[in-house]
Design a protein around this ligand. Structure first.
Ligand code: AGP
Length: 606
């Protein structure tokens, strides 16, 4: 949610900042801006629209030669999408960019007003800038520490003090910041994607810490100005992984990345027919004495939690609840040391998921997170972390991250089965064979791309659509539906197949697409009975199944027959088919697949 960058060094900053913002555009894309320092003059250039608009505006501006600067791409929270509300915000003493939300900005604004400070924008960020300005008496550390004591909410700031040209001061509370240093200069950004063109070695700024970027160095400090050594990390993918690589959209590329992402996630954890978490340093003790599992996450990640619930309950026979992270904290959830809390997240920075994890930790539950981004807050604050190895996911609509999150859920389930003695070694080995076989059907579904495109063309003009399925299929249907709605703006919902007739079937009229997911042998005919009900009301039925649909021809208009897999692992092929359907429908409707309106990839505000 909002992307920030900073650079100070020997090269021209504007190019580095704008390229960095472009790579962070998935975090927000309603306006963008940079501030450049040359000698002791600070020049701010900002605009509504995309980073490309900012690039054009900078190109048309004279004297943008500064070698120190900060930049921002915005996802509006406080105040509309206007140039005035765009960052950087400037006061006489400071220029800053911010990622996060200042919750008590109204109270602070009221106090500042008494001292004669008047904001020009509607943003919480400008209030923070004015606050730091009011606290600055020549010592940046003192001003930042005092500001930190007053500010409530989430923030990552990059601040340039007017009387300290060439230096960028950054501080972090919740909103992520990563830093790299090379002989060319020092770089900071909200995500390592902004840094990898320059360095694969970086560190994550710990919460409640300050970083000072100078041309020749970066220094990390506590809020009390004590210098600390940063913990360096290394990116294990290269810049090509964060590029479209010949595909039209990142989403399309990421759909096609899935076989590789799955292989990278599974290979290090499967040895000799067993799930092996030793390289992840996940102790078997975590899975002992567990009598209850709570899975908490948001959006797509929550849907992989629904998959987790279905498979853990059916195999392990302990109760599992899936809690939407934004609700979890306010429900006074029941947890103790026998509760295993699993937090699932691609970014590792989703504010609601982080808050849910913190509550679980506070209440003494055992915690493990399934995370894609290395060193992220949720990874660092969980007892254990199972990293998915999807590589960078740039499209706002999550695809490969979902598939590997499901892999993570299967790995954990099979580990629980081993540690709790539910399955014998031989049975586990058989499950693993079926698991791998199921994931290996993904390329065959990718080959159906052109065929699925023809189906998308038929539904492209619809206003609404419904996804139905039972049991495990329902979990995957939820994700299929979210994919379609978030990027194509088709009003789409997922339902348990048997539930439609209790109300929603009144919305099914002639031609409304019903995407029916049916991979579970034991309930196949039940789901098909529900398909019959909607077909009778004129629905356009798209049946996605790995079962033999012979004899049901009259019930569907289009059939997506994915390769047969074991029912327990039944969702990999259907997921890819639904991703492709959403993708092509959106392309037909003429929308920007990667940057759907109102959304941002990483939701770091509650
Ligand atoms: C789905 O396509 C979205 N990108 C969204 O629902 C996402 O899954 C959610 O915001 C959670 O993000 P996280 O995995 O980074 O925590």
């Amino acid at each position: 949610m909002c992307g920030i960058v900073g650079f100070t060094g020997i090269n021209r900053a504007s190019d580095i900042l704008i390229n960095g913002l472009q790579s962070l555009e998935y975090r927000g894309y309603d306006s963008a801006g940079i501030a450049l320092v040359q000698d002791d003059k600070t020049q701010v250039i900002k605009t509504t629209g995309k980073v490309e608009d900012l690039r054009n505006k900078v190109a048309a501006t004279a004297d943008t030669y500064g070698t120190c600067g900060i930049g921002h791409t915005r996802w509006a929270t406080h105040g509309g999408v206007t140039e005035v509300n765009a960052h950087p915000h400037q006061t006489p003493k400071v220029t800053l960019v911010h990622n996060g939300i200042i919750e008590n900005y109204k109270e602070i604004a009221a106090e500042l007003a008494k001292k004669g400070y008047t904001p020009v924008s509607e943003t919480d960020t400008e209030i923070a800038a004015l606050l730091i300005d009011s606290l600055y008496n020549g010592d940046p550390f003192e001003a930042m520490k005092k500001a930190d004591e007053i500010l409530e909410g989430a923030y990552g700031f990059c601040i340039m003090f007017q009387d300290r040209p060439g230096k960028i001061y950054c501080m972090r509370n919740a909103s992520p910041l990563v830093v790299a240093h090379t002989p060319i200069g020092s770089y900071i950004g909200s995500d390592v994607i902004a840094l990898i063109p320059y360095s694969k070695d970086y560190f994550v700024v710990p919460e409640q810490h300050i970083v000072v970027l100078e041309k020749g160095s970066v220094s990390l400090y506590t809020m009390d100005h004590e210098k600390v050594e940063p913990k360096m990390l290394h990116v294990d993918w290269d810049t090509t992984a964060a590029k479209k690589g010949g595909y039209d959209y990142f989403m399309q590329k990421e759909i096609y990345d899935q076989p590789e992402a799955v292989k990278n996630t599974l290979a290090p954890r499967i040895h000799d027919g067993k799930v092996d978490f030793s390289a992840d340093k996940i102790s078997d003790d975590l899975f002992k004495d567990v009598n209850r599992v709570i899975i908490t996450a948001c959006g797509t990640a929550m849907h992989s939690g629904l998959v987790g619930r279905s498979i853990i309950e059916s195999l392990i026979r302990i109760p599992v609840t899936v809690e939407i992270a934004s609700e979890f904290r306010y429900m006074n959830p029941i947890m103790d040391e026998h509760t295993l809390v699993i937090v699932i997240t691609q970014s590792g920075e989703t504010a609601d998921s982080l808050a849910a994890l913190r509550l679980a930790n506070e209440r003494g539950a055992k915690t493990i997170s399934i995370v894609n981004v290395k060193g992220s807050s949720i990874a660092r604050e969980s007892d254990y972390v199972l990293y998915t190895h999807a590589g960078p996911e740039i499209a706002v609509a999550s695809t490969k991250a979902f598939t590997v999150q499901c892999c993570g859920m299967y790995l954990i389930t099979l580990k629980l089965a081993e540690v709790m003695g539910i399955l014998s070694d031989k049975e586990i080995s058989e499950y693993i064979d079926k698991f791998i076989a199921a994931t290996e059907t993904i390329p065959a579904v990718l080959e159906m791309d052109d065929y699925i495109k023809t189906i998308a063309e038929k539904i492209k003009d619809t206003y609404s659509a419904f996804y139905i399925g039972r049991g495990l299929d329902y979990a995957f249907a939820c994700e299929g539906s979210l994919k379609l709605k978030e990027i194509s703006y088709v009003n789409s919902e997922a339902f348990n197949a048997g539930e439609l007739k209790h109300g929603t079937i009144s919305l099914v009229t002639e031609g409304v697409p019903i995407i029916a997911v049916a991979t579970q042998d034991h309930i196949f005919s039940k789901t098909l009975a529900n398909v019959e009900e909607v077909k009778a009301r004129g629905a356009h039925v798209i049946l996605i199944t790995d079962e033999d649909a012979a004899g049901y021809e009259g019930l569907y208009d289009d059939l997506i027959k994915v390769p047969k897999t074991d029912d327990f692992f039944g969702g990999f092929g259907t997921t890819v088919a639904m991703q492709l359907l959403a993708y092509h429908t959106t392309v037909y409707r003429g929308y920007n697949v990667d940057q759907p309106r109102n959304l941002a990839k990483s939701v770091t505000v509650e």
